[in-house]
Design a protein around this ligand. Sequence first.
Ligand SMILES: [Zn+2]
Length: 76
Amino acid sequence: MVKERTVPCTTEKRGIVLPVCLICEQTPPDGIAGGILVSGRFLCAACEDEIVHIRVGDSRYSHLKDKVKRIWARGE
Ligand SMILES: [Zn+2]
C-alpha cells in the first residue's frame, strides 16, 4: 500500500480523480457530476445551493464566506 499524498481539491482512486468539496470537504457520490468546478476548486451541489440561497445575517454566512474566499485564493 502506497500512502497517497493529500491533494488540495481532489483525491485519486484507481485512476479516477474524485473531487473534494471546498466547503464541506466531502466527495459527492456522483463524483465530479455531483457539483461544479469554480476556478479549479470543486463545490458540491448541496454547498452550491446553500451559497446561492444564504442571506447576509444568516449564522452560517460568515463561515461560508470564509470558505468561498478560498475559491479565489491562489497558491495555498
Ligand atoms: Zn459541499
